[in-house]
Design a protein around this ligand. Sequence first.
Ligand code: ADE
Length: 224
Amino acid sequence: MRIDIITVLPELLKSPFEASILKRALQKGLVEVHFHNLREYTSGNYKQADDYQFGGGAGMVLMIEPIDKCITGLKQQRTYDEVIYMTPDGDTLKQGMANELSLKNNIIILCGHYKGVDQRVRELMVTREISIGDYVLSGGELGAAVLCDALIRLIPGVLNNETSALTDTFQDNLLAPPVYTRPSNYKGMEVPKILLSGNIPKIEEWREEQAWVKTKQRRPDLLE
Ligand code: ADE
């Protein structure tokens, strides 16, 4: 998979890709992530990528021209499955969407900033608009990092058996059951006996039941 991220603030985005699972995925060559600084696609001396909005009102808007130049240049080199725009008024990111997007070959992620991008960008170039939740961030960059993390960990070969995504919360519309590790007794707090029994079918049964109980208590909406 190849991900091209278009942003006015690449430095805000780089560190998540320099650690842990994302770093390993890049090193293994399972995913390529490229950052494109929108200012490098601007014309004029000031490298201005944004401007005041027509009609007046607070907040700057990212201009169509540098975005068009950047996206057109990328599309001349390869075919993209999606051009995603990160925005709080997009479709809320869910595990199912992450599963689907992790199967794509090439995607572009455009990060909004200030008041967002010129509406014509959304109409002409964007194929999908994604929000990471009902709150407003100061730009799409952190949302893009969240989206990339959620996608990349699902690419086959990125996670090993110990970190398998199959048992994640949400994978079957259930929250994950509680987990324990040594010691089996900590200051009198005991690990549930069943987990020490070695009886795999019974342990599986217990985990399923716990997942149901937890989901019913915390997220009954997932069971509907
Ligand atoms: N940009 C600003 N807020 C955002 C959000 N909640 N999700 C995605 N991109 C955003």
